[in-house]
Design a protein around this ligand. Structure first.
Ligand code: 3HC
Ligand code: NAI
Length: 701
């Protein structure tokens, strides 16, 4: 099937693009457009319309071709052929004109769009910059400041806003794009409209402050810490403003290739596909029936329950919140209301939308009110007996076919399902805190969970804007099971002599959103303390890995909420600083457990914290808890602040090489004598055969 076809209607030649699913600019498509433009030069048409079939205009270059040998015709050659056309070329946009798609439209002489269309240059999200003139043409239309914002954020904008920024010239009334675009093109023909090449427009030096470039670089070095693409984008836009078009284009080409060959972009492109792959369940056919979810109930209106409820009402699904008594219920509803009010105050939400959301939440203390819910999510205290009691009651009151989900972090979902007569309807839906904001949703498949319930849960996750990842049942599922390794090593480094500042600095320089000690202080050190209260000594593990935290809690230092934890906090600015009292406390604990304190190199801290994540990830794969290594990467990037430009722990492991990972793990095992450092069998096998997690995943199919 040809990806490009041509037809004429009166004076207009229509170049149809048809490359599903998203009309990505593959080699075949570039070639097809190039030929169509050239062939049309000799016919009797007076203007050419570039329009797409399917759900969208061109959504960008074909990302799967990146990193491979370039193929002809080059993208810029195709765009030049459009720009040099002797008759006007008009882009007709619906769906999303993104990246190379918008760049193609910007090379056309005019652009029209339906009002539901969005346009943008999201390359930065792939560790790239627009590489087909986007950084040179966009600022010639929008001005420097708006272009910096558009391209460094990568966020798409609606057609109306694009019209305001001059990125498009005309909005077609209604949704009938072809008819509207034909009428617009005819108007252009009738008025003898010239071929306007964006490259020939100039940027008025008086329209921007030259200091904007350095100011933007500085701002982005904070907002997009460690990332090279945003900095390169500013360089390109500066070139657009100060150099002739061709020279600016050369700067863009050079920096685009540098970004393209960087490990950062490789990691971010990996994450793009990983995120989409994660929603595919092996062995589950696309035809698996899904249940309709029109009403939801949430049990427990605490930290998690309120946030979970907000996800559903935000997309118009009514929620009933159930609490143990009226006081707890009112508290839960008040927290939700407060969260919405904060968004209103920040201008992120209108008062009407807030009210619409609040109207969709009702409260109850009576289980009978849950009889008609399609999906029930339990978020009560983290205690198996209480959760089993809740599920016993749900089994009695909920209608047949209702999905019964638990938000447990650590409890055995099989043991929860077992108290019901319908374990096939029971599943884990593990949200992350704050549940209305964090993107990750672990979907925990218990032994008897039905395919239909899994397929429905995946669809629900997408409907509420979450990134779902399937996990099997184990203590802590994928994310928290790995995180406990990271937490243990953090505490061991601390007692062995690394300072809190050094540990946090090393991990923040690596790119983690926040260092692990600062995270503990933010979350509250008492959370882990309370969890340990219910554990046996064996379950708690090595006392050296929690004695400092326990001692801090016993001194009332619970973290930021009490103004002091591992750090002390300035009451006004919340700035953290070290506290000699904590150093003394750590030294006392080290003496108590016979730990000799020493200096740490930054590299050792990085290895001590990251290698156990990778090792545990490999064990999780061996056991079939995660479907594929890239799913683990999705969990870490979307749930734990792992830097996207390292692509998650498993991609990072492939980047440094599994042989190195194996050697380092073995060295730590020899050094410490601890079993947990023993390399997972999967790492050993892959290292010995010179393979990688990515290759292994491909072989697994
Ligand atoms: N290249 C290759 N494949 C792509 C693609 C692209 N640019 N965009 C989407 N796809 C694939 C997806 O991998 C997915 O494949 P699958 O079904 O096998 O998993 C399929 O198309 C559908 O994609 P989504 O599931 O994401 O579909 P949605 O409808 O949810 O979203 C979209 C559509 C908004 C277009 C979204 O896919 C998207 O954001 N795509 C990427 C856009 C982008 O980043 N463009 C810039 C590319 S870089 C570039 O253009 C460089 C240039 O400057 C030189
Ligand atoms: P929380 O203590 O803030 O809230 C629990 C709420 O459940 C309380 O309001 C309590 O009144 C209510 N409750 C207790 N028993 C109940 C019952 N039988 N019926 C109805 N309501 C009852 O707890 P939080 O933090 O919201 O945790 C809830 C669940 O979510 C736990 O399983 C936890 O492990 C899990 N979770 C917590 C995360 C967090 O960061 N807080 C993150 C992910 C999961």
């Amino acid at each position: 099937m040809a990806v490009v076809s041509y037809e004429t209607r009166g004076d207009i030649g229509i170049i149809w693009i048809d490359n599903p699913p998203v009309n990505a600019l593959s080699q075949a498509l570039r070639d097809g457009i190039y030929r169509a433009i050239n062939n049309a030069q000799g016919d009797s048409t007076k203007a050419l319309l570039l329009i797409c079939k399917g759900r969208t205009f061109i959504a960008g270059a074909d990302i799967s071709e990146f990193g491979k040998a370039p193929t002809e015709p080059a993208f810029n050659t195709v765009l030049e052929s459009i720009e040099q056309s002797s008759k006007p070329v008009i882009a007709a946009i619906h769906g999303t004109a993104l990246g190379g798609g918008l760049e193609t439209a910007l090379a056309c002489h005019y652009r029209c769009a339906v009002s539901s269309a969005t346009v943008g240059l999201p390359e930065v999200k792939l560790g790239l910059l627009p590489g087909a003139g986007g950084t040179q043409r966009a600022p010639r239309l929008t001005g420097v400041e708006a272009a910096i914002k558009l391209i460094t954020s990568g966020n798409p904008i609606k057609a109306e806003a694009a019209l305001g920024m001059k990125l498009i010239d005309h909005i077609v009334e209604g949704e009938a794009l072809l008819e509207g675009a034909l009428a617009y093109t005819q108007q252009l023909i009738d008025s003898n409209a010239p071929c306007i090449c964006v490259r020939d427009l100039s940027i008025d030096p008086a329209s921007y402050d030259p200091a904007i470039f350095d100011a933007s670089r500085k701002l982005l070095s904070r907002q997009a810490r460690g990332q090279m693409a945003p900095q390169c984008i500013v360089d390109c836009i500066e070139a657009a403003a100060t150099l002739p078009f061709e020279e600016g284009l050369a700067v863009e080409q050079k920096l685009f290739m540098e970004c393209m060959h960087s490990s950062q972009s490789a990691a971010m492109r990996h994450m793009f596909f990983a995120q989409r792959e994660a929603s595919k369940i092996k062995g589950l056919s696309k035809e698996t029936a899904k249940r309709e979810i029109k009403s939801v109930a949430v049990i427990g209106g605490g930290t998690m329950g309120g946030g979970i409820a907000m996800n559903f009402v935000n997309v118009g699904i009514p929620v009933t919140m159930l609490e143990i008594n009226d006081e707890a219920l009112q508290r839960g509803l008040a927290i939700v209301e407060k969260n919405y009010s904060i968004s209103v105050k920040k201008g992120k939400l209108s008062e009407e939308k807030k009210q619409r959301c609040m109207d969709l939440i009702s409260g109850t203390t009576n289980y009978q009110d849950l009889a008609n819910a399609d999906l029930v999510i339990e978020a009560v205290f983290e205690n198996l007996a209480i959760k089993q009691q809740v599920f016993t009651t749900l089994d009695q009151v909920c209608k047949p076919g209702a999905i019964l989900a638990t938000n447990t972090s650590y409890q055995d979902v099989n043991a929860i399902a077992a108290v019901t007569k319908r374990p096939e309807d029971v599943i884990g839906l593990h949200f992350f805190s704050p549940a209305n904001i964090m993107k990750l949703l672990e979907i925990v498949r218990a032994d008897k969970t039905s395919d239909e319930v899994i397929a429905t849960s995946m669809a629900v996750a997408k409907a509420i804007g979450k990134v779902p990842v399937l996990s099997g049942v184990c203590f802590g599922f994928i994310g928290n099971r790995m995180f406990s390794e990271y937490g243990r090593e953090t505490q061991l480094c601390l007692i062995e002599g690394a300072s809190a500042e050094q540990i946090d600095r090393v991990m923040e320089e690596f790119g983690m959103a926040m260092g692990p000690i600062a995270v503990s202080d933010l979350a509250g050190i008492d959370i882990g303390y309370k969890v340990r209260e219910g554990m046996s000594d064996e379950e708690k593990g090595d006392p050296r890995s929690y004695c400092i935290a326990d001692a801090l809690v016993e001194q009332g230092r619970l973290g930021q909420k009490t103004g002091a934890g591992f750090y002390q906090y300035d009451p006004q600015t919340r700035a953290r600083s070290s506290d000699p009292q904590v150093t003394a406390l750590i030294e006392a604990q080290a003496a108590k457990y016979g730990v000799t304190r020493r200096e740490f190199s930054d590299e050792e801290i990085r290895d001590r914290l990251l290698l156990p994540l990778i090792n545990e990830g490999a064990k999780i794969l061996q056991e079939g808890i995660a479907q594929r290594p890239s799913d683990i990467d999705v969990v870490y990037v979307f749930g734990y602040g792992f830097p996207v430009y390292h692509g998650g722990p498993m991609h990072y492991a492939d980047h440094i090489g599994l042989e190195t990972v194996y050697k380092k793990l073995s060295a730590f095992q020899q050094q410490t004598g601890e079993d947990y450092w023993q390399p997972a069998q999967l790492i050993k096998t892959l290292a010995e055969s010179g393979s990688s997690f990515a290759r292994w995943a491909k072989d697994q199919g």
